[in-house]
Design a protein around this ligand. Structure first.
Ligand code: SAM
Length: 245
């Protein structure tokens, strides 16, 4: 089947992964947990991502691994009625929560919801002015394939922004952060969402994720140019940006 804007849709039944399971079980409480676990700071990280995206009226934007649509919501307001934002995610439950949230905010006409795997995006070459992947890349198995796929569907001159957990720049912060993510986080997950395992997985996936310089090199390897990054909150998170030439 194809969607309203003509993109190819891939049914969820064909996809079964541990990641999908994790996000099915957290989808309903995802936004509350995000605020709780980051003490609301994820909102600031996302605000900076929006600023650096440079999205203007009429632009086509892809928010891949967009989940419950925090970035999509803001992009939809910026691109206006002539623009288009695709909220894409591998997980149907997350997309559904995202769609409901956007509708509650009165956003809809210029947003498309597509179930897709970042590793093989079902969009034409040279299609988007901007692509964001926020707290999504670390869940993707084939990260290089995903970066190449994103580079392929970007227009020349288009920007890719990767917002992701990274490596704290100071040893002391690193220690405190480990303590927080491996001890406190699963406990919070258990208390608030009744699900310690998903939050244990979260802490593990953060520890495994490539650091700032490694990710920069991976983006360059995928064909992106002028790749730079900004450390946020002492490097707990980093925002990478690259341009397709
Ligand atoms: N971008 C949103 C945000 O910042 O709040 C959601 C981030 S959430 C931590 C990660 C999302 O990545 C989940 O919704 C999950 O379903 C999605 N995801 C995981 N693997 C994916 C893949 N291979 N392709 C597309 N989305 C994926």
């Amino acid at each position: 089947t194809t969607t309203h804007f003509g993109y190819q849709e891939v049914p969820i039944e064909e996809k079964a992964s541990r990641v999908a399971d994790v996000f099915h079980s957290v989808a309903a409480r995802y936004d509350v947990m995000n605020d709780l676990m980051s003490f609301g700071i994820h909102r600031l990280w996302k605000r900076l991502t929006l600023e650096r995206a440079g999205v203007r009226p009429g632009h086509h934007v892809l928010d891949i691994a967009g989940g419950t649509g925090d970035l999509t919501l803001q992009f939809a307001r910026r691109v206006g009625p002539r623009g288009r934002v695709v909220l894409a995610d591998i997980n149907e439950s997350m997309l559904r929560v995202g769609r409901d949230k956007l509708l509650d905010h009165g956003v809809g006409g210029n947003v498309e919801y597509v179930q897709a795997n970042a590793e093989c995006l079902p969009f034409p070459d040279n299609h988007f002015d901007c692509i964001t992947i926020a707290f999504g890349l670390r869940n993707v198995t084939e990260k290089d394939a995903a970066l190449r796929s994103m580079a392929r569907v970007l227009k020349p001159g288009g920007r890719l922004l990767v917002l992701e957990f990274s490596k704290p720049t100071h040893a002391l912060l690193s220690k405190a952060y480990d303590e927080y993510s491996f001890r406190l986080l699963p406990k919070m997950g258990e208390l608030v969402a009744g699900d310690a395992d998903s939050y244990r997985y979260l802490a593990e996936s953060i520890r495994m994720h490539p650091d700032q310089e490694t990710l920069k090199a991976m983006m360059e390897g995928a064909g992106l140019a002028r790749v730079e990054y900004t450390n946020l909150t002492g490097g707990i998170v980093a925002l990478h940006r690259g341009i397709k030439l």
